[in-house]
Design a binder for this molecule. Structure first.
Ligand code: GUN
Length: 293
């Protein structure tokens, strides 16, 4: 079977986080995560709901905040400031994207770096790039963890990342190129400005598809035996479903799966890993705070 079971691997990580959370609870510290959502983007609602549900399972207290689409930046910053100084809150997550009238980078910079469980604060991005200890962004870290736990050899291999977002493309490229005992891969980053994408992906041992577009990777673009990680989460209208849509990744799974040595499905691949790594970051942040107490 060459399909990576992200659900199973993520539940192992959540169980490890739950164990650490219960040790902390024994010392009187309940890990706390503030989850802030602005607006009513359906995908964002489903992500934050899943994050809060995972918190409850792991033993993390969640502090949900729902703001209307029209909420001002000042109001949002007010909530962040209150959570920054609340000792019961160890992690603060502002679900992205934010409505257009809100300055995303000002919001991210307002989160205390110690409570930045997304690893998006410029100070933490800088530390990650330097290879210093910092909370790692959840999706990229989840991808590395999948590769490690599936025993994928990355050292000296050619990894091609498709996408250059701050949330996935850039940080996953950074993590993949880390020296041993890190992945130690040779990394190529492709994006919308890349001419002839297939020329790059055909010589990849590992393809990380994070373009946000269905059908970005097809069978002819993949070397036999490559490892294919699909980060895409695209909603396709489907009237046969109760929800009215189905989820597909960036990879044409049907045609690519037979050629790949390992491949992640959508859903059930990378998605659950993002949430598991968020739980891990939150518990680690609570552990750090408990040591300082
Ligand atoms: N939007 C898409 N992915 C993420 C994520 O990992 N964290 C946050 N805060 N927003 C996102």
């Amino acid at each position: 079977m060459n399909i990576i079971d992200g659900k199973k691997i993520s539940s192992e990580i959540r169980a490890e986080a739950a164990k650490k959370a219960s040790l902390l609870a024994g010392r009187g510290v309940i890990p706390g995560l503030a989850v802030i959502l602005v607006g009513d983007n359906p995908a964002s609602i489903s992500y934050v709901t899943a994050k809060e549900k995972a918190c409850a399972e792991v033993g993390i207290r969640s502090f949900p905040v729902r703001l209307p689409r029209e909420a001002s930046q000042e109001e949002l910053l007010g909530h962040i400031s209150a959570f920054n100084s609340n000792p019961d809150v160890h992690g603060i997550l502002v679900q992205l994207p934010l409505p257009e009238h809100i300055d995303e980078s000002a919001v991210i910079s307002a989160i205390s770096p110690e409570k930045d469980v997304d690893g998006f604060h410029p100070a933490n991005v800088g530390k990650m790039l330097l290879g210093e200890d910092a909370p790692l962004p959840c999706t990229p870290h989840g991808i590395i963890e999948l590769l490690v736990r599936c025993g994928v050899e990355t050292s000296g291999k050619h990894a091609v990342v498709i996408g250059r977002s701050n949330i996935v493309g850039k940080p996953v490229a950074c993590l993949l190129m880390r020296r041993k005992p890190g992945p130690n891969a040779t990394v190529t980053v492709c994006h919308t400005g890349t001419k002839n994408l297939a020329e790059y992906t055909r010589c990849a041992d590992i393809v990380i598809a994070a373009a946000g577009r269905p059908g970005t990777v097809t069978a002819d673009m993949i070397k036999d035996g490559a490892v294919v990680i699909d980060v895409g989460v695209n909603r396709i209208p489907d009237q046969s479903r109760k929800s009215g849509f189905r989820l597909v990744g960036d990879v044409d799974f049907q045609s690519v799966a037979p050629k790949a040595s390992l491949i992640t499905p959508v859903p059930g691949g990378v998605g659950p890993m993002t949430i598991a790594m968020l739980m891990d970051n939150t518990v680690k942040s609570a552990e750090r705070a408990a040591r300082l107490n």
